[in-house]
Design a protein around this ligand. Structure first.
Ligand code: ZN
Length: 101
């Protein structure tokens, strides 16, 4: 249960950051850690890959000092999903957190 909830948050997070700038795996893992998510490459890489397959992200291989790094950018479809999700998220936050206070 917690795992499947978390994966939604992780996806949304990835979409959000990819909408701001190109991201790569290690960077997103660090960012998620900063937010208190304990996720590693075994979680994040398959998610990035799946999101690429779903057409939400587009991958680009970049040579960084002799090593290939895969950068992900949000696609138009990804942007649509993100803005739709924000609508749901806003409503959810209002309802769930409202009842808390
Ligand atoms: Zn973040």
């Amino acid at each position: 249960m917690i795992k499947s909830m978390l994966s939604g948050f992780v996806r949304l997070h990835i979409l959000h950051h990819a909408s701001l700038e190109s991201i790569y795996g290690v960077e997103i893992i660090e960012e998620l850690k900063r937010h208190g998510y304990r996720v590693g490459p075994g979680t994040v890489y398959p998610v990035l890959h799946q999101m690429e397959e779903d057409g939400f992200l587009i991958a680009e291989k970049v040579n960084v000092e002799g090593r290939i790094r895969i950068y992900y950018q949000i696609t138009e479809k990804g942007r649509q999903v993100l803005s739709e999700s924000k609508k749901w998220l806003r409503e959810l936050v209002e309802e769930v957190l409202e009842e808390d206070s």
